[in-house]
Design a protein around this ligand. Structure first.
Ligand code: TYM
Length: 343
């Protein structure tokens, strides 16, 4: 029997940030270590997803390769059998399946996607790509029959949409897709008690984000360790003077506790009970600044050592291998919908 697939993707519209690392890269690296040999791992760059909102196109190609290197620096062992890295646009089945799935997706459900609503709310020229983005994401997942899709909290709704769309297609064409597990199971599989949502350090009611103009609230993975530590020390908190893990009342402080637990690889409860009720926000910020500084120093040292040539070779050979897998799924779909003669 073939192995279950764990799959995730990170856009290359900009530098990766701490939220991307803690929400998707770290879980993937942890899963690879924990389940070595038992699962297939697909970690890819959805480059076609990278300009649903405007970007500097002269940087996209290099940014994609740079982000792939970050995966390796973060600990992804690309040489492990059954681990695949690739660029979405190099596998044309992603785009082709998207069109077919578009015809089974509803305008209403896509209009209700929170990310679409957030990103389109202040913009006059909303691209069709932004609207259609979850369907391309569904194709990314369904082409490889991925059951496990580690993502941050902001992308959970899109995984649920993928599941709905896959099940809808299966009702019409029995057995067509393997669909991802529901959100509760995804969280359990990732060994977490809740989905990860790292907030902006300056506006803790918002998520840390690549596309929002929020440089002081976002720690990018290429920030110098000293600058990143300064951002932590300047983080917005509150005036309650008591440390509590409470997203509603104290999002700034809670965000810091979450970052501290994840970066020091400790259970959230343990970190919370260590800090609970203490009054010095400065002490908490210093502790977070220290782990962030150490994390970036280590990551950037490893990044400098990544063998670009070996990475490109692996990338290109994986793109060939995954094109084969994706084409097989696409053919089954084409047969089911009547575009190709039935097998
Ligand atoms: P993207 O590129 O915006 O983000 C990549 C991953 O980082 C997570 N993330 C966060 N996690 C916690 N806190 C944050 N502040 C934070 N910001 C971002 C995201 O949840 C995501 O896991 N559509 C996807 C990319 C994609 C994809 C896929 C993912 C395309 N196809 C198939 C999984 C499977 C996106 O835009 O993520």
């Amino acid at each position: 029997m073939s192995k279950e697939v764990i799959l995730t993707g990170l856009r290359s519209n900009n530098e990766l940030h701490l939220g991307n690392y803690l929400g998707a890269i770290l879980p993937m690296v942890e899963m690879q270590k924990k389940h070595a040999g038992k699962y297939q791992l697909n970690m890819f760059i959805p480059d076609l997803h990278s300009f649903t909102t405007p970007i500097d196109h002269t940087k996209l190609y290099e940014q994609t390769l740079k982000n792939l290197k970050v995966f390796v620096a973060a600990g992804l062992d690309t040489q492990q059998p059954d681990t695949y890295i690739y660029r979405q646009s190099y596998i044309s089945a992603h785009s082709e399946l998207t069109w077919i799935l578009d015809c089974f997706s509803y305008f209403g459900e896509l209009s209700r996607m929170t990310e679409f609503k957030n990103k389109s709310s202040n913009s006059e020229n909303v691209s069709v790509g932004l609207f259609n983005y979850p369907v391309l994401m569904a194709s990314d997942i369904l082409l490889y029959g991925a059951k496990w899709v580690p993502v941050g909290e902001d992308q959970r709704q899109h995984v649920e949409f993928t599941r709905d769309l896959g099940m809808r297609a299966n009702n019409k064409f029995p057995g067509l897709f393997i669909v991802p597990e529901n959100n509760a199971k995804q969280t359990e599989f990732a060994g977490r008690s809740e989905a990860v949502r790292i907030r902006s350090l300056r506006n803790p009611d918002k998520k840390m984000s690549k596309s929002v103009e929020d440089p002081t609230g976002t720690i990018t993975l290429s920030d110098t360790p000293v600058d990143a530590a300064k951002k932590v020390m300047a983080a917005t908190t509150d005036s309650l003077e008591s440390i509590n893990y409470d997203w509603e009342k104290q999002p700034g402080v809670t965000n810091l506790l979450q970052i501290l637990a994840l970066l020091s690889n400790k259970p959230q409860d343990e970190v919370n009970s260590q800090w609970q009720g203490k009054s010095s926000y400065n002490e908490l910020k210093s502790a977070v600044a220290d782990v962030v500084r150490d994390f970036l120093t280590d990551l950037q040292a490893k990044l400098a050592q990544v063998d670009s040539r070996a990475l490109t070779e692996k990338l290109e050979s994986d793109e060939v291998a995954m094109s084969k897998v994706a084409s097989e799924t696409l053919l089954r779909v084409q047969q089911a919908v009547g575009l190709r003669s039935a097998a």
